[in-house]
Design a protein around this ligand. Structure first.
Ligand SMILES: Cc1cc2nc3c(=O)[nH]c(=O)nc-3n(C[C@H](O)[C@H](O)[C@H](O)COP(=O)(O)OP(=O)(O)OC[C@H]3O[C@@H](n4cnc5c(N)ncnc54)[C@H](O)[C@@H]3O)c2cc1C
Length: 237
């Protein structure tokens, strides 16, 4: 990076973002690697696929030909580019993530992207949160018969939060990938001129409310508290 004259992207280490119409580029240091994520529309893709695929560098260069010279330098000199599809399931959302079966049958719960996929813009780590909550609740089970109620409790605890995080993410994606025009000019003006970010700031990574709310989540504490309340109100216990 230094040899390429891109010192300012790694020193000091922080997140750099370039906002464009329908596209977004984000770069950040991960140990000794500069990870560079480019998001763009899938218009023109003939095929839907799952998981990462190698991407032709020529195709990548074509997408970002008009962008900041720093991005072009990165694209020219980087390697190992992978293409990931970002599939939006918000229109086809499952009515439930849980199949809570009677005692002698198998129950099932979805965790992570299969239950609540969101765009990768705010690093919300919702899958880890859900796994923590589910694990902590299940660890309190005393008998097989507890499991269906526990799975339902897990979903009731997670849905409101994952829905809210999805909303924040969709808003951020819309604002960050605005087409050129008056709204984009207003957004850029706020980024350039607004001194202290306040609640509702168009960069959720700097919005003090969303930062505190998003990253102070304590899955173990929430799960144990919810289970305690459930037990208090359940005649079975
Ligand atoms: C480019 C990109 C950047 C991201 N950046 C961030 C970030 O900075 N911070 C953040 O918090 N999140 C980020 N995310 C989102 C994050 O990666 C996901 O939310 C997370 O990986 C979800 O975990 P998961 O275990 O639910 O699903 P996955 O990680 O998708 O795991 C599902 C697994 O199931 C396997 N599988 C699928 N079908 C089958 C089958 N039939 N049989 C067996 N195995 C199967 C898949 O191969 C895969 O290994 C990013 C996502 C992308 C695509």
């Amino acid at each position: 990076m230094r040899a390429l004259g891109l010192d300012d992207l790694i020193d000091p280490p922080c997140i750099h973002a370039w906002l464009g119409p329908g596209s977004l580029a984000v770069g950040y240091v991960l140990k000794d690697v500069f990870n560079f994520v480019l998001t763009c529309s899938s218009d023109g893709e003939s095929e839907v696929f799952l998981g990462p695929r190698e991407v032709e560098e020529e195709d990548l260069r074509a997408v970002f030909r008009q962008w900041d010279p720093k991005i072009r330098t990165l694209v020219e000199n980087g390697h190992g580019y992978l293409k990931w599809p970002l599939l939006d399931n918000s229109q086809t959302e499952l009515s439930s993530w849980v199949h809570a079966a009677p005692e002698d049958k198998l129950s099932l719960a979805l965790v992570g992207d299969s239950a609540h996929a969101i765009g990768p813009y705010i690093g919300a780590a919702l899958g880890f949160e859900s796994a923590t909550v589910l694990g902590k609740i299940l660890a309190q089970a005393r008998q097989q018969a507890d499991i269906p109620a526990m799975l339902r409790l897990y979903e009731s605890l997670r849905r409101p939060r994952t829905d809210l995080v999805r909303g924040v993410t969709q808003k951020m994606a819309r604002e960050w990938m605005l087409p050129d025009g008056p709204l984009q000019v207003d957004r850029d003006d706020i980024f350039v001129h607004e001194g202290t970010p306040l609640q509702g700031y168009p960069n959720a990574l700097q919005d003090p409310f969303s930062q505190r709310w998003l990253y102070s989540f304590d899955g173990e504490k929430e799960a144990l508290e919810a289970w305690r309340l459930y037990r208090e109100n359940c005649p079975m216990y």
